[in-house]
Design a protein around this ligand. Structure first.
Ligand code: IPM
Ligand code: MG
Length: 361
């Protein structure tokens, strides 16, 4: 019997619905080709839903998602609502609620033209960032004192636990091994200024003893930003705390062709996990058929890889890579001159062609 995957889909706000539609159509096509079906459950959460119902993200939805195989998210955020309200309720709600402790963010350049750094080609930009996803300032430990007065105090703690740090470091070492590239893992932190980050230094050294085939490497976050621009080829696998990872991966997205192309997986190995493009809801581009669907399509590729549909995932990645490598698609920005829908169609044409060619059974 054909395999069936149950996937929760949250298109969300702004350009979220249009890019998610392309990702979903691509998933369905790959399913037809590879012999699996996707059973989708759509969730309406986002700004429109909130404005109508005053509901952000109910606990019942999280419970339903626990029973699915994966979650595909478009984008969340709307200028009509208080800054971060929906993002915290929905994105953080899922990351924390499902304990998705790995935020996996590949930084891979498909064509030299896409890279804003002079002289860098695909062989120079091919790394993967493992961002911790459930701790740090994102955990929300803190608050206000005397809010709104001249004596106001605001505090939010950079919080790390031994268990939280160790599990993500272990995941990163395993990944560095599985990638079989440079077999190097770079720890990125700021232990020189933030004393508490010593927990990363010590845990990394201890866990590293079990991975003698992996070369341990280290960079402070400020220097890591500099190296990523100057010598991106020096990175293979990176492990980094939550907020520094957030910042570093926008830089990563920029050197691989922009926010439109970057995808991510929010993962708890063995459990239902969530996949999303790195870009936000970009409200000013919504509904204009100009947003790149590539980040969302690559999120669906990561989703399939996570579910073990390796060949299907490769079909998607190779098809996207081909569009850029051949110059058919020259940008993942809103200036590409090719519509959201048309880019999705191009990816699917390429998938069909690859699937039909004898060398790709
Ligand atoms: C990301 C985003 C989120 C984050 C926001 C929307 C809360 O920037 O996924 O990188 O900070 O994690
Ligand atoms: Mg971010």
């Amino acid at each position: 019997m054909a395999k069936r995957y149950r996937i929760a889909v949250l298109p969300g706000d702004g350009i979220g619905p249009e890019v998610t539609a392309e990702a979903v159509e691509t998933l369905r096509l790959v399913g037809e080709i590879r012999g699996f079906t996707v059973e989708l459950t759509n969730y309406p959460f986002g700004a429109e839903h909130y404005l109508k119902s005053k509901e952000t993200f109910p606990p019942s939805a999280l419970e339903e998602m626990r029973g699915q195989d994966a979650i595909l998210l478009g984008a969340i955020g709307d200028p009509r609502l208080p800054v971060g309200m929906l993002e915290r309720a929905i994105i953080s709600g899922i990351r924390f609620g499902l304990d998705l402790y790995v935020n996996l963010r590949p930084v891979k350049l498909f064509a030299a033209d896409l890279c804003p750094i002079k002289g860098k080609t695909p062989e120079h930009v091919d790394m993967i960032v493992v961002r911790e996803n459930t701790e740090d300032v994102y955990a929300g430990i803190g608050g206000f004192l005397k809010k709104g007065t001249p004596d106001e105090v605001a505090v939010q703690e950079m919080m790390f636990t031994r268990k939280g740090v160790e599990r993500v470091i272990r995941y990163a070492f395993d990944l560095a091994r599985a990638r079989a590239k440079a077999k190097k893992l770079t720890l990125v932190d700021k232990a020189n200024a933030v004393g508490a980050m010593d927990i990363w230094t010590r845990t990394f050294a201890e866990v590293g003893k079990e991975y003698t085939d992996i070369t341990p490497d280290h960079a402070y976050i400020d220097a890591a930003c500099m190296w990523m621009v100057k010598n991106p080829e020096s990175f293979d696998t990176i492990v980094v705390s939550n907020m520094f990872g957030d910042i570093l991966t926008d830089l990563g997205a920029a050197i691989q062709g922009g926010m439109g192309i970057a995808a991510s997986g929010n993962i708890h190995p063995g459990r239902v996990s969530m996949f999303e493009p790195i870009h936000g809801s970009a409200p000013k581009h919504a509904g204009r058929n100009v947003a790149s669907p590539i980040g969302a399509i690559l999120a669906s590729q990561m989703l399939l890889a996570y579910l073990g549909e390796t060949e299907g995932a490769e079909l998607i990645e190779e098809s996207v890579a081909e569009l850029f490598a051949t110059g058919k698609l020259r940008s993942a920005g809103t200036d590409s001159g090719v519509g959201t829908k048309e880019q999705g169609d191009w990816v699917r044409q390429s998938i069909r062609r690859r699937a039909a060619s004898p060398s790709n059974p």
